[in-house]
Design a protein around this ligand. Structure first.
Ligand code: TXA
Ligand code: MG
Length: 319
Protein backbone atom coordinates (compact mmCIF):
# COMPACT_ATOMS: atom_id res chain seq x y z
CA UNK A 1 0.00 0.00 0.00
CA UNK A 2 1.30 3.45 -0.88
CA UNK A 3 1.12 5.92 1.98
CA UNK A 4 0.29 9.46 0.91
CA UNK A 5 1.52 12.35 3.05
CA UNK A 6 -0.57 15.51 2.85
CA UNK A 7 -1.18 18.76 4.68
CA UNK A 8 -4.74 18.99 3.35
CA UNK A 9 -7.46 18.00 5.86
CA UNK A 10 -9.92 17.72 2.96
CA UNK A 11 -7.73 15.34 0.98
CA UNK A 12 -7.19 13.19 4.10
CA UNK A 13 -10.92 13.19 4.87
CA UNK A 14 -11.70 11.77 1.42
CA UNK A 15 -9.78 8.61 2.37
CA UNK A 16 -11.88 8.26 5.53
CA UNK A 17 -15.07 8.57 3.49
CA UNK A 18 -13.69 5.88 1.14
CA UNK A 19 -13.27 3.47 4.08
CA UNK A 20 -9.48 3.87 4.39
CA UNK A 21 -7.16 4.65 7.31
CA UNK A 22 -5.63 8.08 7.95
CA UNK A 23 -3.11 9.14 10.60
CA UNK A 24 -3.82 12.68 11.84
CA UNK A 25 -2.36 15.12 14.38
CA UNK A 26 -3.99 15.98 17.70
CA UNK A 27 -2.77 18.04 20.67
CA UNK A 28 -1.92 14.87 22.64
CA UNK A 29 -0.36 12.44 20.12
CA UNK A 30 -1.08 11.45 16.49
CA UNK A 31 -4.08 9.16 15.98
CA UNK A 32 -4.76 6.48 13.35
CA UNK A 33 -8.34 7.00 12.22
CA UNK A 34 -11.11 5.25 10.32
CA UNK A 35 -14.86 5.83 9.91
CA UNK A 36 -16.28 4.71 13.27
CA UNK A 37 -19.42 3.38 11.60
CA UNK A 38 -17.58 1.30 8.95
CA UNK A 39 -16.64 -2.05 10.44
CA UNK A 40 -14.21 -3.02 7.66
CA UNK A 41 -12.43 0.33 7.86
CA UNK A 42 -12.03 -0.02 11.64
CA UNK A 43 -10.55 -3.52 11.21
CA UNK A 44 -7.81 -1.96 9.07
CA UNK A 45 -6.66 0.04 12.11
CA UNK A 46 -6.08 -3.13 14.14
CA UNK A 47 -4.24 -4.71 11.19
CA UNK A 48 -2.00 -1.71 10.54
CA UNK A 49 -0.99 -1.38 14.19
CA UNK A 50 -0.83 -5.05 15.04
CA UNK A 51 -3.19 -4.11 17.85
CA UNK A 52 -4.76 -6.82 20.04
CA UNK A 53 -8.48 -7.17 19.25
CA UNK A 54 -9.42 -6.78 22.91
CA UNK A 55 -8.19 -3.18 23.15
CA UNK A 56 -11.05 -0.72 22.43
CA UNK A 57 -10.64 2.47 20.38
CA UNK A 58 -11.48 6.07 21.25
CA UNK A 59 -13.96 7.75 18.90
CA UNK A 60 -13.10 11.32 17.90
CA UNK A 61 -15.77 13.93 17.18
CA UNK A 62 -15.81 17.37 15.52
CA UNK A 63 -18.68 18.65 17.65
CA UNK A 64 -20.55 17.94 20.87
CA UNK A 65 -23.69 17.14 18.85
CA UNK A 66 -21.94 14.17 17.19
CA UNK A 67 -21.71 12.50 20.61
CA UNK A 68 -25.48 11.88 20.67
CA UNK A 69 -25.16 9.38 17.81
CA UNK A 70 -22.49 7.38 19.66
CA UNK A 71 -23.97 6.95 23.12
CA UNK A 72 -26.96 5.15 24.53
CA UNK A 73 -27.40 7.79 27.22
CA UNK A 74 -25.56 10.64 28.92
CA UNK A 75 -24.75 10.98 32.59
CA UNK A 76 -24.80 14.34 34.46
CA UNK A 77 -21.08 13.96 35.23
CA UNK A 78 -20.27 13.45 31.56
CA UNK A 79 -22.17 16.65 30.73
CA UNK A 80 -20.13 18.54 33.30
CA UNK A 81 -16.84 17.20 31.93
CA UNK A 82 -17.78 17.94 28.33
CA UNK A 83 -18.90 21.49 29.22
CA UNK A 84 -15.66 22.12 31.03
CA UNK A 85 -12.99 20.28 29.05
CA UNK A 86 -14.14 19.64 25.46
CA UNK A 87 -12.41 20.26 23.15
CA UNK A 88 -9.29 19.08 24.96
CA UNK A 89 -7.06 16.22 26.09
CA UNK A 90 -9.86 14.28 27.83
CA UNK A 91 -11.68 11.07 26.87
CA UNK A 92 -14.99 10.23 28.51
CA UNK A 93 -16.46 6.72 28.68
CA UNK A 94 -20.25 6.40 28.32
CA UNK A 95 -22.73 3.59 27.53
CA UNK A 96 -22.41 2.79 23.83
CA UNK A 97 -25.14 3.15 21.24
CA UNK A 98 -25.99 -0.19 19.57
CA UNK A 99 -25.48 1.48 16.17
CA UNK A 100 -21.71 1.70 16.67
CA UNK A 101 -20.05 -1.51 15.38
CA UNK A 102 -18.78 -3.60 18.27
CA UNK A 103 -15.31 -3.92 16.70
CA UNK A 104 -14.74 -0.27 17.75
CA UNK A 105 -15.17 -1.04 21.44
CA UNK A 106 -13.84 -4.61 21.36
CA UNK A 107 -17.28 -5.85 22.31
CA UNK A 108 -17.65 -3.58 25.36
CA UNK A 109 -21.02 -1.95 26.08
CA UNK A 110 -19.20 1.33 26.70
CA UNK A 111 -17.49 3.78 24.36
CA UNK A 112 -14.62 6.27 24.76
CA UNK A 113 -15.17 9.71 23.18
CA UNK A 114 -12.84 12.63 22.64
CA UNK A 115 -12.95 16.00 20.87
CA UNK A 116 -9.38 17.10 20.07
CA UNK A 117 -8.27 20.70 20.55
CA UNK A 118 -6.12 21.06 17.46
CA UNK A 119 -6.91 23.18 14.38
CA UNK A 120 -5.84 20.53 11.83
CA UNK A 121 -7.67 17.75 13.70
CA UNK A 122 -10.82 19.87 13.86
CA UNK A 123 -10.70 20.72 10.14
CA UNK A 124 -10.11 17.04 9.34
CA UNK A 125 -12.91 15.71 11.57
CA UNK A 126 -15.25 18.38 10.23
CA UNK A 127 -14.43 17.37 6.64
CA UNK A 128 -14.94 13.67 7.46
CA UNK A 129 -18.52 14.51 8.44
CA UNK A 130 -18.69 11.52 10.76
CA UNK A 131 -17.02 10.31 13.98
CA UNK A 132 -13.56 8.80 13.56
CA UNK A 133 -12.33 5.87 15.65
CA UNK A 134 -8.62 6.28 16.41
CA UNK A 135 -6.00 4.82 18.71
CA UNK A 136 -2.52 6.35 18.84
CA UNK A 137 -0.79 6.00 15.45
CA UNK A 138 2.10 3.75 16.52
CA UNK A 139 2.82 0.08 15.92
CA UNK A 140 1.36 -1.71 18.92
CA UNK A 141 3.80 -1.65 21.83
CA UNK A 142 5.81 1.33 20.58
CA UNK A 143 5.70 4.81 22.12
CA UNK A 144 2.89 7.01 20.79
CA UNK A 145 3.97 9.29 17.91
CA UNK A 146 4.17 13.03 18.50
CA UNK A 147 5.32 13.92 14.95
CA UNK A 148 4.20 12.78 11.51
CA UNK A 149 7.72 11.49 10.92
CA UNK A 150 7.31 9.10 13.86
CA UNK A 151 4.04 7.87 12.32
CA UNK A 152 5.87 7.36 9.01
CA UNK A 153 8.58 5.35 10.77
CA UNK A 154 5.99 2.99 12.28
CA UNK A 155 3.22 2.82 9.67
CA UNK A 156 4.45 3.71 6.17
CA UNK A 157 3.06 1.19 3.70
CA UNK A 158 0.47 0.09 6.27
CA UNK A 159 -1.90 3.08 6.19
CA UNK A 160 -3.41 4.99 3.28
CA UNK A 161 -2.60 8.55 4.32
CA UNK A 162 -0.74 10.65 6.88
CA UNK A 163 -2.07 14.16 7.56
CA UNK A 164 0.75 16.48 8.63
CA UNK A 165 0.24 18.91 11.47
CA UNK A 166 3.46 19.71 13.29
CA UNK A 167 4.43 18.41 16.68
CA UNK A 168 1.79 17.46 19.26
CA UNK A 169 1.59 20.17 21.94
CA UNK A 170 1.04 17.89 24.97
CA UNK A 171 3.03 14.80 23.98
CA UNK A 172 1.17 12.33 26.26
CA UNK A 173 -2.19 10.63 25.59
CA UNK A 174 -5.50 11.99 26.89
CA UNK A 175 -6.88 11.58 30.39
CA UNK A 176 -9.52 8.79 30.35
CA UNK A 177 -12.51 9.12 32.71
CA UNK A 178 -15.10 6.37 33.04
CA UNK A 179 -18.46 8.10 33.48
CA UNK A 180 -20.43 4.84 33.58
CA UNK A 181 -19.44 4.25 37.20
CA UNK A 182 -20.70 6.38 40.04
CA UNK A 183 -18.68 8.29 41.07
CA UNK A 184 -16.72 8.57 37.80
CA UNK A 185 -13.26 7.09 37.77
CA UNK A 186 -10.00 8.19 36.17
CA UNK A 187 -8.66 5.20 34.20
CA UNK A 188 -5.64 6.93 32.66
CA UNK A 189 -3.85 10.09 33.80
CA UNK A 190 -3.25 12.79 31.19
CA UNK A 191 -3.00 16.51 30.57
CA UNK A 192 -6.39 17.25 32.12
CA UNK A 193 -5.14 16.76 35.66
CA UNK A 194 -6.86 15.08 38.59
CA UNK A 195 -6.68 18.46 40.34
CA UNK A 196 -8.63 20.07 37.48
CA UNK A 197 -11.16 17.23 37.46
CA UNK A 198 -11.65 17.54 41.23
CA UNK A 199 -12.52 21.22 40.84
CA UNK A 200 -15.63 20.35 38.84
CA UNK A 201 -16.36 16.84 40.21
CA UNK A 202 -14.99 16.56 43.77
CA UNK A 203 -16.22 12.97 44.08
CA UNK A 204 -14.20 11.61 41.15
CA UNK A 205 -11.97 8.61 41.95
CA UNK A 206 -8.61 7.49 40.64
CA UNK A 207 -8.36 3.84 39.76
CA UNK A 208 -5.21 2.09 40.89
CA UNK A 209 -3.10 0.23 38.38
CA UNK A 210 -3.37 -2.95 40.43
CA UNK A 211 -7.15 -3.18 40.47
CA UNK A 212 -9.89 -1.63 38.39
CA UNK A 213 -7.54 -0.13 35.84
CA UNK A 214 -6.48 -3.48 34.49
CA UNK A 215 -9.99 -4.79 34.15
CA UNK A 216 -11.86 -1.67 33.12
CA UNK A 217 -9.34 -0.10 30.78
CA UNK A 218 -8.37 -3.09 28.68
CA UNK A 219 -5.54 -1.20 27.01
CA UNK A 220 -3.66 -1.05 30.27
CA UNK A 221 -3.06 -4.79 30.13
CA UNK A 222 -0.85 -4.44 27.11
CA UNK A 223 2.72 -3.30 26.70
CA UNK A 224 2.55 0.47 26.36
CA UNK A 225 4.59 3.58 25.87
CA UNK A 226 7.84 1.63 25.83
CA UNK A 227 11.02 2.05 23.81
CA UNK A 228 13.30 -0.90 23.02
CA UNK A 229 15.92 0.41 25.43
CA UNK A 230 15.56 -0.30 29.14
CA UNK A 231 13.98 2.61 31.04
CA UNK A 232 15.31 3.28 34.54
CA UNK A 233 13.74 5.91 36.78
CA UNK A 234 16.20 7.89 38.93
CA UNK A 235 15.67 10.61 41.52
CA UNK A 236 18.72 12.61 40.52
CA UNK A 237 21.09 12.58 37.53
CA UNK A 238 23.92 11.50 39.87
CA UNK A 239 22.44 7.97 39.59
CA UNK A 240 23.17 7.70 35.85
CA UNK A 241 25.17 4.51 35.19
CA UNK A 242 28.03 3.93 32.74
CA UNK A 243 27.83 2.56 29.20
CA UNK A 244 25.71 3.34 26.18
CA UNK A 245 23.11 5.32 28.09
CA UNK A 246 20.91 8.38 27.76
CA UNK A 247 19.29 10.81 30.19
CA UNK A 248 16.16 12.95 30.29
CA UNK A 249 14.99 15.02 33.25
CA UNK A 250 14.68 18.42 34.88
CA UNK A 251 18.12 18.59 36.55
CA UNK A 252 21.32 18.83 34.52
CA UNK A 253 23.87 16.01 35.05
CA UNK A 254 27.39 17.11 35.99
CA UNK A 255 28.83 14.96 33.19
CA UNK A 256 25.92 14.32 30.80
CA UNK A 257 25.85 11.34 28.42
CA UNK A 258 26.06 12.33 24.74
CA UNK A 259 22.35 11.68 24.38
CA UNK A 260 20.63 13.73 27.03
CA UNK A 261 17.85 16.23 27.34
CA UNK A 262 17.40 18.66 30.20
CA UNK A 263 13.87 20.11 30.31
CA UNK A 264 12.83 23.38 31.90
CA UNK A 265 9.43 22.23 33.08
CA UNK A 266 7.26 19.15 33.54
CA UNK A 267 5.31 20.32 30.49
CA UNK A 268 8.45 20.35 28.36
CA UNK A 269 9.48 16.94 29.78
CA UNK A 270 6.09 15.44 28.81
CA UNK A 271 6.27 17.06 25.40
CA UNK A 272 9.75 15.62 24.74
CA UNK A 273 9.50 12.14 26.29
CA UNK A 274 8.18 9.91 23.49
CA UNK A 275 10.25 11.70 20.87
CA UNK A 276 13.32 11.16 23.04
CA UNK A 277 12.49 7.45 23.44
CA UNK A 278 12.37 7.10 19.65
CA UNK A 279 15.62 8.99 19.19
CA UNK A 280 17.35 6.75 21.75
CA UNK A 281 16.13 3.61 19.96
CA UNK A 282 17.34 5.00 16.62
CA UNK A 283 20.82 5.46 18.07
CA UNK A 284 20.97 2.09 19.81
CA UNK A 285 20.97 3.34 23.41
CA UNK A 286 20.81 0.49 25.97
CA UNK A 287 19.46 2.27 29.04
CA UNK A 288 17.50 5.52 29.27
CA UNK A 289 17.69 7.15 32.69
CA UNK A 290 14.58 9.23 33.36
CA UNK A 291 14.40 11.57 36.32
CA UNK A 292 11.28 11.25 38.46
CA UNK A 293 9.07 14.31 39.00
CA UNK A 294 6.56 15.22 41.68
CA UNK A 295 3.19 13.55 41.10
CA UNK A 296 0.98 16.56 40.87
CA UNK A 297 -0.86 17.87 37.81
CA UNK A 298 0.86 16.79 34.59
CA UNK A 299 3.56 15.12 36.73
CA UNK A 300 1.10 12.35 37.56
CA UNK A 301 0.62 11.46 33.87
CA UNK A 302 4.34 11.72 33.20
CA UNK A 303 5.20 9.39 36.11
CA UNK A 304 2.49 6.95 34.95
CA UNK A 305 4.13 6.69 31.49
CA UNK A 306 7.63 6.45 32.98
CA UNK A 307 6.55 3.60 35.27
CA UNK A 308 4.86 1.70 32.46
CA UNK A 309 7.89 2.12 30.21
CA UNK A 310 10.16 1.01 33.02
CA UNK A 311 8.04 -2.06 33.84
CA UNK A 312 7.68 -3.03 30.18
CA UNK A 313 11.43 -2.88 29.61
CA UNK A 314 12.58 -4.31 32.93
CA UNK A 315 14.08 -7.43 31.39
CA UNK A 316 15.51 -5.76 28.30
CA UNK A 317 18.89 -4.25 27.57
CA UNK A 318 18.77 -2.42 24.29
CA UNK A 319 17.25 -5.20 22.23
O1 TXA B 1 -4.84 11.20 23.39
C1 TXA B 1 -5.36 10.14 23.06
O2 TXA B 1 -6.21 9.57 23.77
C2 TXA B 1 -4.93 9.53 21.72
C3 TXA B 1 -5.38 10.46 20.60
C4 TXA B 1 -5.13 9.87 19.24
O3 TXA B 1 -6.72 10.79 20.79
N1 TXA B 1 -5.49 8.22 21.58
C5 TXA B 1 -5.05 7.17 22.31
O4 TXA B 1 -5.69 5.98 21.98
O5 TXA B 1 -4.17 7.24 23.14
P1 TXA B 1 -5.19 4.55 22.48
O6 TXA B 1 -6.05 3.58 21.80
O7 TXA B 1 -3.75 4.45 22.28
O8 TXA B 1 -5.55 4.55 24.00
C6 TXA B 1 -6.91 4.48 24.37
C7 TXA B 1 -7.06 3.98 25.77
C8 TXA B 1 -6.70 2.51 25.87
O9 TXA B 1 -6.02 2.30 27.09
C9 TXA B 1 -8.08 1.85 25.85
O10 TXA B 1 -8.08 0.61 26.48
C10 TXA B 1 -8.92 2.88 26.59
O11 TXA B 1 -8.41 4.12 26.18
N2 TXA B 1 -10.34 2.76 26.21
C11 TXA B 1 -10.91 3.02 25.01
N3 TXA B 1 -12.23 2.74 25.04
C12 TXA B 1 -12.51 2.29 26.29
C13 TXA B 1 -13.69 1.83 26.94
N4 TXA B 1 -14.86 1.77 26.33
N5 TXA B 1 -13.58 1.45 28.24
C14 TXA B 1 -12.40 1.51 28.90
N6 TXA B 1 -11.26 1.94 28.34
C15 TXA B 1 -11.30 2.31 27.04
MG1 MG C 1 -1.89 3.79 22.20
Amino acid sequence: MTTIVTDSPEEAARFIRDGETVAFPTETVYGLGADAFAEDAVRKIFQAKGRPQDNPLIVHVASISQIDGLVDRWTPEARTLVDQFFPGPLTIILPKSPSVPSVVTSGLETIGIRMPDHPVASAFLEACGRPVAAPSANRSGHPSPTTWEAVWEDLQGRVRCILQGGRSRVGLESTVVDCTSSPPEVLRAGAVSVEQLHEVLPEIRISSVESADVVRSPGMRHRHYAPRARVTIVETPSAIGPGNVAYIGLDAPSSPPTTSRVCESVEEYAHELFDFFRMCDASGIETIYCQSVSESRLGRALMDRLRRASEATAGSAGR
